[in-house]
Design a protein. Structure first.
Length: 313
């Protein structure tokens, strides 16, 4: 008799405190026959593991975890494969799907697969330091175990130049101590040395530590593998022990009174939004090359704007 179809739940357990485990994540773990994960993450959900098969793996055994999950699911077992934070953000969802597709799995197969989201480190760490992510941001891992450093450096440079708030994952370890120094150097090429930086270690866990510093002092701060680093953009400020990135409301409103600024309309794009920008480009006496250089945009994009017929109003 064939075993019943198995299931793999890719569970994001959030920052580590059971209080921040979503109901869906808790249910998936409680319903599972087998729970697989990095030993540290297994310990974080230990109160939920009574009576289950528990498979603990080491830090660099991600592919092994995925292979174990598939093997147990083929036996008809319900598997919870856990990741800290969100399983789809530097977590187990990616390698598991790679293993599944390599094995010939597809969504119509007997083995059901679901991803259960959780709060990623950048969300958790941001909550502990104020509101640093309220404008455009990105995440970059400094781990060069699987990604060439040249690729990481290009991404760091592009994010720094584009003025993103940036969350740095895997910033430092015992064997990787210089990557954060290089990241700091790349950011200092584009950012004020006084740019606020938050370093959160073990957020919502027993040894939580939060430090606010500046970009100039980043490399001297206490940073490890359990740390997440948040680097502000050119508008981010630190005050009263908190780090805040303005959303841009002052461009349109007087924050004190709530009144709309002259030339702006509530609920409409800024005067310097897309329509205003296109008008500026088309009304300029500069050629396309000079405009591309002035705005830091591809020449092909500027040429496209100039070639399109003006909208009829």
């Amino acid at each position: 008799m064939n075993a019943a179809p198995g299931k793999i739940s890719l569970v994001g357990i959030g920052p580590g405190s059971l209080d921040h485990l979503t109901p869906a994540a808790r249910t998936a773990i409680l319903d599972a026959d087998t729970v697989i994960g990095y030993a540290t993450y297994i310990k974080l959900v230990e109160p939920l593991l009574a009576g289950k098969e528990v498979i603990r793996k080491s830090m660099t055994e991600e592919i092994d975890r995925a292979i174990e999950a598939l093997a147990r699911a083929r036996e008809g077992r319900k598997v919870a494969l856990i990741s800290s934070g969100d399983a789809g953000v530097y977590g187990m969802a990616g390698p598991t799907y790679e293993v599944l597709f390599e094995a010939g799995w597809n969504p119509e197969s007997d083995i059901a697969v679901e991803v259960i989201p959780g709060a990623s480190a950048l969300n958790s760490c941001a909550a502990l330091v104020g509101a640093p992510l309220t404008h455009d941001f990105c995440a970059i891992s400094l781990s060069d175990l699987l990604t060439p450093w040249a690729v990481i450096a290009r991404r760091l440079n592009a994010a720094a130049e584009a003025d993103f708030v940036v969350a740095l994952y895997n910033p430092k370890s015992g064997r990787r101590s210089e990557q954060i120094v290089h990241a700091q150097s790349l950011f200092l090429a584009h950012r004020d040395p006084r740019t606020p930086v938050a370093i959160v270690k073990s957020g919502y866990r027993a040894r939580q530590k939060v430090e606010l510093t500046t970009l100039a002092q980043l490399a001297e701060a206490e940073i490890g593998m359990l740390s997440t680093v948040l680097i502000g953009n050119s508008h981010t400020f630190a005050r009263a022990g908190l780090m805040v990135t303005p959303r841009g409301y002052t461009n349109k409103y007087d924050v004190g009174s709530g009144d709309t600024r002259e030339g702006e309309q509530r609920g409409r794009s800024l005067s310097t939004g897309l329509d205003g920008f296109v008008a500026t480009v088309r009304d300029s006496a500069e050629d396309a090359s000079r405009l591309a250089e002035r705005f830091g945009l591809p020449l092909t994009y500027i040429e496209q704007l100039l070639a399109e017929p003006a909208a009829v109003t």
